[in-house]
Write a protein of this length. Structure first.
Length: 422
């Protein structure tokens, strides 16, 4: 076990088990709460994978389906098992990872062993798989009734031709209904080996005891280094649909506008931060015109934005609820065409952002999730913090170079038109 050298926290340690599991321990003496996150960089986007050159086409939703089934045992409910030892557990599947986690204010060693054991065991049968299908289908139908979800999915579907963001994390009803035990076993076998996974714990417990517990519960895990790669079909720089109007159960129109552009950067984690930084300079109270946008009701409190960078392309998204969709579209477009990085605002925002991230380190759950997620992208989280701490004005300016030559897509969600009866 080696200490992680950094300028942010003294007691950070890392080690790799004999089975290949990468483990990070954040020791916080005096802290009552402990949090552990255990995950794999296997999410909803990982539909086309290869192992040692052999291509595998997964069914949509397989990562989410696996998460559901691994959180149960043949003989007892895993949630109850955690609760019996004073821990609260849960799991989630995102586009890029599946994570299992718990928090506790008591003994951390027992629930840590439970966490490792149940995720490391594949004990499903087709009967249990078939039983889960109805639960997941009901979940998909529930989300399909939510206007915000529908707007997000329609936005993705109009921006992307082939990229799997256009498919719900839970998968399609057809693929969920036809899910087989072999589908889950293949996905598990490829993505749940210790050498692909990560474990992060923040705790007041002695790091040596954490080390011994992890070692004990992984001692029978095989050491396997599988050459698993995720592949994507070619995604054009054009958008699939430039404009669409849809109807849903809303009182005020909802809308999105997206800007697709060429991206050939080498560090998506750093560059996504830089793009978000530029967006905040231009689309928040840092912009002197922001309050007038609110006063004129062009944007509302629901206004939000984000960025997604991928190999070869990136997309910036804006979402809003307002009665003036055309004014909103024109406003966003005009600002996107002349993005600025004001030096004074740069200094103010960089200090604010750095302070916010330092404060987030006090939130154990967010802190360990960030360490795990950046680690899956081959970025050491403390290096990421150092990058933000020493952020260079010219680096931000240079980011403007690829925020140009956009292809845009606009989605307008209108209230259902009233029906009239005779």
């Amino acid at each position: 076990m080696k200490q992680i050298k950094n300028s942010f926290i003294d007691n950070a340690y890392a080690f790799v088990t004999e089975s290949g599991l990468r483990v990070t321990i954040i020791h916080r003496p005096g802290f009552k709460q402990s949090v552990a996150v255990y995950g794999t960089p296997f999410g909803a986007l990982d539909l086309i994978q290869s192992i040692d050159g052999l291509e595998v086409q997964h069914k949509t939703g397989v990562a989410h389906f696996l998460e559901h089934k691994l959180f149960e045992d043949e003989t007892e409910d895993v949630f109850s098992k955690f609760a019996e030892v004073g821990a609260s557990a849960n799991a989630f599947t995102s586009h890029e990872q599946t994570v299992y986690y718990f928090s506790t204010n008591g003994d951390v060693l027992t629930p840590l062993g439970i966490l490792i054991d149940f995720v490391s065991r594949f004990s499903l049968n087709q009967e249990r798989v078939d039983k889960e299908k109805g639960i997941i289908l009901e979940e998909l139908r529930m989300y399909a009734k939510m206007p915000d979800t529908n707007l997000l999915m329609k936005t993705y579907q109009n921006v992307y031709h082939t990229f799997p963001l256009r498919i719900d994390i839970g998968g399609t009803e057809e693929d969920v209904s036809s899910m087989l035990l072999d589908d889950l076993r293949t996905a598990y076998r490829m993505n749940y080996t210790d050498s692909r996974m990560g474990l992060v714990i923040t705790t007041g417990e002695d790091p040596q005891k954490i080390f011994e517990t992890v070692t004990l519960h992984t001692q029978n895990h095989p050491y396997e280094v599988l050459n698993v790669q995720t592949h994507f079909k070619h995604e054009p720089l054009t958008v699939r649909c430039a404009y669409e109007e849809i109807y849903d159960n809303v009182l005020i129109p909802k809308m999105s506008v997206s800007y697709k552009f060429e991206y050939n950067g080498t560090n998506k984690v750093y560059d996504e931060y830089l793009v978000r930084f530029i967006l905040q300079l231009n689309f928040s109270e840092m912009n002197d015109a922001y309050q007038s946008w609110l006063d004129d009701e062009i944007i509302s409190d629901s206004f939000m934005y984000d960025v997604d960078l991928r190999d070869g392309f990136g997309v910036v998204y804006f979402f809003n609820d307002a009665e003036k969709p055309e004014a909103f579209r024109e406003l966003i477009d005009s600002v996107m065409q002349k993005l600025e990085v004001n030096p004074d605002n740069f200094t103010q925002l960089s200090r604010r952002q750095y302070g916010r991230l330092i404060m987030l380190m006090e939130h154990n759950d967010r802190f360990v999730m960030n360490i795990l997620s950046t680690g899956f992208k081959r970025v050491q989280y403390f290096d990421y913090l150092e990058f933000i701490k020493t952020l260079d004005y010219k680096r931000v300016l240079n980011t403007l170079d690829f925020l140009q030559n956009f292809n845009s897509s606009f989605v307008l969600m209108k209230p259902h038109e009233p029906t009239h009866s005779d």
